[in-house]
Write a protein that binds this ligand. Structure first.
Ligand SMILES: O=c1ccn([C@@H]2O[C@H](COP(=O)(O)OP(=O)(O)O)[C@@H](O)[C@H]2O)c(=O)[nH]1
Ligand SMILES: O=C(O)[C@@H](COP(=O)(O)O)O[C@H]1O[C@H](CO)[C@@H](O)[C@H](O)[C@H]1O
Length: 243
């Protein structure tokens, strides 16, 4: 199994995150995708035992995830099944080992994607606006109501990952992935995990982050709605022709 960690300017937390990821059972590859960091993320991650690849420019989280999955595929071998992909954020620190419960349902085949549900995070300043948009959109398009639709800690099979590509850009990636997988018949499950991350507060920086999240989730949902409408129109056309 491979742990893929998209990381932008995470030099303060990436070392404990990598070490904890290496302690997750069945993990034989920890890959950090340095997404154009301006700090020492790549060096710190390498020293902690990760394989590191780097974007020369910042391309956003979704792009870092795609790069990570592509690099893992290059390291998969023909004599073994493709590695499961466990995506985690770079700011989890030691708590990253608590992503372990995500693996079992996917390994056993009871789910194609497992998604971490985090406990309340001290210092979190969100008001549920982006979360609400993502949750309602997923619910409307798939019938499934996730507790934490934006949660980025996810384990999935290679097959499910490929079915979810191309990923929605930036912060829309989780919402887009959930919609794409469920509409294609894959099974998702939420799993409580005792993870701690650096939450966005109520300061200007936090609000800017939420604005970007809102924009990306909105765009991911809209693109999928349009596709749904186009498919619907295609079907209607076929039915008319037959009639
Ligand atoms: O352009 C970016 C922005 C963020 N990240 C990484 O994506 C993960 C999630 O980002 P963050 O923790 O800032 O977002 P949150 O989960 O708090 O919304 C972290 O490992 C970041 O370093 C990235 O790879 N590229
Ligand atoms: O930035 C935040 O505080 C929220 C998004 O803002 P809102 O609470 O929807 O206004 O998103 C974060 O918190 C979620 C949990 O409530 C996590 O699932 C997200 O990964 C995190 O970005």
């Amino acid at each position: 199994m491979a742990v893929v960690i998209p990381a932008k300017d995470e030099s303060r937390r990436i070392a404990p995150t990598v070490r904890a990821a290496r302690a997750i059972p069945n993990v034989d590859l920890v890959l950090v995708v340095d997404d154009g960091s301006e700090d020492a993320t790549q060096h710190v991650a390498r020293e902690a035992g990760a394989v590191v690849v780097r974007h020369s420019h910042n391309r956003g989280k979704a792009s870092a995830m795609e790069t990570g999955a592509a690099v893992v595929a290059m390291r998969d071998t023909a004599d073994r099944p493709a590695r499961l992909l466990l995506f985690i954020d770079g700011d989890l620190g030691e708590s990253a080992v608590n992503a372990t419960p995500l693996v079992q349902p996917v390994l056993e085949g009871t789910a194609d994607v497992s998604i971490a549900v985090l406990p309340p995070q001290p210092g979190a300043g969100g008001r549920g606006i982006v979360v609400g948009l993502a949750r309602r959109s997923i619910q409307a398009m798939t019938g499934w109501t996730p507790t934490q639709p934006l949660s980025g800690m996810r384990c999935l099979t290679r097959e499910a990952f490929e079915a979810a590509t191309p990923l929605a850009r930036g912060w829309g990636v989780e919402t887009g992935m959930t919609i794409d997988l469920l509409t294609k018949g894959f099974v998702a499950v939420e799993v409580p995990c005792d993870l701690r991350h650096r939450p966005s507060g109520t300061d200007f920086r936090g609000q800017m982050h939420r604005a970007a999240q809102y924009r990306d989730v909105f765009m991911a949902v809209n693109a999928r709605r349009m596709r749904g409408v186009a498919r619907g129109a295609g079907r209607a056309l076929t039915v008319r022709k037959k009639g």
